[in-house]
Design a protein around this ligand. Structure first.
Ligand SMILES: [Zn+2]
Length: 114
């Protein structure tokens, strides 16, 4: 029954096993059945592996500076040009002051009767 297990195949099994692949995945890669992988691993007394599904908890970027106002001061390319840099209104690229300026409705032009 063990005839499929060449030294090379056993090495590959051990390597994949240590990488944390599932027995089904190892079987697929090696072209053998999952049961053969399980049986051979048992016979080789390969150490139980840590769960590959375990992942570090997602950490929220606490204390990270939020987006800042990108309202330009000055003229791009000229000395002294900078962005406002204040805290923005949530969902908008500008601080409250500049958001008001950016999103203000254009004044209606008085239509002069010619
Ligand atoms: Zn601003």
């Amino acid at each position: 029954m063990d005839s499929i297990w060449t030294a090379e195949l056993v090495d590959q099994l051990s390597a994949l096993w240590q990488q944390g692949l599932s027995t089904a995945e190892i079987g697929r890669k090696l072209g053998i059945s999952k049961n053969a992988v399980v049986g051979k691993a048992h016979r080789l007394m390969l150490t139980p592996r840590p769960s590959p599904l375990k992942s570090p908890p997602i950490r929220h970027a606490a204390g990270k500076a939020g987006p800042t106002c990108s309202w330009p001061h000055g003229h791009p390319g000229q000395p002294g040009f900078r962005f406002c840099g204040k805290r923005v209104v949530p969902g908008k690229p500008y601080c409250p002051e500049h958001a008001a300026m950016a999103y203000i409705q254009p004044k209606e032009r008085k239509v002069q009767a010619a």
